[in-house]
Design a protein around this ligand. Structure first.
Ligand SMILES: O=C(O)CCC(=O)C(=O)O
Length: 281
């Protein structure tokens, strides 16, 4: 099946809260990912509670450990969608591998931006993606979603075993993109083989990231593209959210970096020209 274009994907996201882009990774990207990420996932720590999954290897700070995750984090098909849903300068809030072992039970239904204390219904503060490294099947723990639940209010809660939850079936190399407000969970792995997924998640540029990406990735950030560095936090949300000692944070890993090249200086200059107000008084 041909993946929907960005406009179609946005329409589906608006209606259902999620959209699947099938087979968007090349065979080479998938091979590189499997070669590097699977051993890390298999060695990774088991979850510390039923939510993380006691039969799930869960590896955080993935960009510190596997450079082959980068093409997923900055995949143009995904970022074209996120660009239209979040404000410019949005950030990478989480980036993890989730490797469900046979026997894993269903996760609790939840939504990913639930820790921002803004009442629902509301726009998403974050957009999540889950990439299938293995095929997602009905039996191996495919992510389950409740279509339309991104619009639910505060009082609308799913049952623990809600019949509206449906598995996202997709072949390896596909990705499901969904609103941070969509109720979902990892499914039960009743198969005889593990199910590996990667989950980069993005948040508004004014929201605190779940994972402290600057500390998590550290000096390895310099190995990545400018786009990934900006997503990690080597960026500012103009006029000055994210400054370090009064200068653009990218200057700390690249002395030649000129914020004016990225347009970041322009917004800041306008702010000061207006006398330090976000809008004219
Ligand atoms: O593993 C999955 O399919 C979903 C996991 C998830 O939603 C989470 O851990 O927040």
């Amino acid at each position: 099946m041909t993946p929907p274009d960005t406009d179609e994907a946005l329409a589906t996201l608006d209606e259902q809260g999620f959209v699947v882009l099938e087979r968007v990774l090349t065979a080479a990207q998938l091979d590189a990912l499997r070669e590097e990420v699977l051993p890390i996932a298999e060695r990774g720590p088991l979850g510390r509670n039923p939510f993380e999954g006691e039969r799930t290897h869960r590896v955080y700070a993935l960009l510190a450990k596997a450079e082959s995750a980068a093409p997923l984090v900055e995949h143009p098909r995904v970022l074209d969608i996120v660009d239209r849903l979040l404000e410019p300068n949005y950030l990478l809030t989480a980036c993890q591998a989730i490797h469900l072992l046979p026997g894993e039970t269903p996760q609790a239904l939840h939504f990913d931006d639930g820790f921002y204390s803004i009442p629902r219904p509301r726009p998403s503060v974050s957009i999540s993606t889950i990439w299938a490294v293995d095929d997602f099947t009905a039996g191996n723990g495919a992510t389950e979603v409740i279509p339309g639940s991104h619009r639910w209010g505060e009082d609308e809660l799913p049952q623990p075993d809600d019949r509206r939850a449906q598995p996202v079936l997709m072949p390896a190399g596909s990705v499901v993109v969904f609103h941070g407000t969509l109720w979902h969970r990892g499914g039960a792995n009743r198969s005889g083989a593990p199910r590996c997924a990667l989950s980069p998640q993005y948040c508004q540029p004014w929201a605190r990231q779940q994972e402290n990406m600057i500390l998590a990735v550290g000096a390895r950030a310099s190995r990545y593209s400018e786009r990934i560095r900006a997503l990690l936090g080597y960026s500012i949300h103009p006029p000055f959210m994210g400054f370090v000692d009064g200068v653009h944070p990218a200057r700390w890993i690249d002395e030649q970096y000129d914020p004016a090249d990225a347009g970041a200086g322009v917004e800041s200059a306008r702010f000061w020209e207006r006398g330090g107000h976000l809008t004219r008084p």
